[in-house]
Design a protein around this ligand. Sequence first.
Ligand code: ADP
Length: 404
Amino acid sequence: MWPSLAIIILTGALVLHLWWYRRFLQAQRRCAALDSELAGLRVLQTGAATGAEAERSALFNSMVEGVLVADSNGRILFVNDALREMINLSVDPVGRTIIEALRMHEIDSLAERVMTESRISGFELELQGTHPGFFEVNAAAVRDLNGANHGVILVFHDLTRVRNLENTRRDFVANVSHELRTPLALIKGCVETLLDGAREDPKACSRFLEIILKHSDRLEFLINDLLTISELESGRAPMHFGPVELRPLFEQVCEEIRAKADTKGVRFQIELASDLTVKADVDRLRQVLVNLLDNAIKYGPTGGLTWVCARGIDDTTVEVRVIDDGPGIPPDAAERVFERFFRLDQARTRELGGTGLGLSIVKHIVQSHSGRVWVEPATSRGSEFCFTLPKAPAESDSSPRSGE
Ligand code: ADP
């Protein structure tokens, strides 16, 4: 009886042990499966985070506005490409404070302010130094649903170009008003003097009428030049490009301006390396030559000599030079003479009837021909104005024009 009871108990214990062992192995396998599932989930989570970050960077970097994101301690989390370029940021700002990375107190205090004010719009920032500029900065605090601060986002809008255009426009209007007011005041003064009795004296009368004529001419030149400038700048000026032979054009222009040259005994000399044909708008090109020759007469000496030269400098380009034997242009004014209303000697130029717009018109016209214009530094023989024009294609089937 006892041996068979022992066998039954032992068999039961063995079966129980085997059953537990199987359960243990099953549990171990399930644990391993869970581990690998967890690892997979972790990879997916990291991938999603990296993807979102890449998406955010791509989005901010495609913006023309500069973007800066900082945490609630003022440490920079992100700066987009546009802002790096705007403020010429050479170091990596991420992880640094705004003041460390940007060295701009205004931005630092703006970031601090926006933490309490929640949003600041239209903050104007002017940068000095090597990269001067004007910016409008809009700032907002980044908050969660409970209103806790997580940082700030600043958006920079570059206004430098707009501001510069505004300044140019303001200067231009001021200059034009001044230029118009001066001859008008003189004309008005003469008319009042005539009305006050000067008209009874024939000598005084003709003197005042001459002044009136001179200043009305000046007003007319000024208005014509202003209209030309505005036409050229707006791009509304129609350009009719075609082949233009230079020699006949030079001769015509010299002939047109001969009467004025004769009053000062100025002579012209045309020098062309060979017969040259350029691709140009003949009327605009004539205007360039008239303006340069007119200046050579105005500012050159009495009895002086003016050369008009042209040569091909390569297969595609012709260079034209107008050279006089006057006082020349000092090197420090070589760039500025092409600016609107720039004059070397204000009083003398006005006296000579200059509007201050002649060379600016020359520059616009040459540039609209894809050419370059410059003045050589003063040489012993006076000023030397140079410009380039494209050569007319040799196989052009249209017959060259010379301005007829
Ligand atoms: P303006 O109508 O006053 O002549 P421009 O734009 O043609 O205006 O010329 C600008 C200034 O450049 C002139 O006021 C003058 O001081 C200077 N300038 C131009 N051409 C000459 C020249 N050939 N010789 C000396 N100075 C010149």
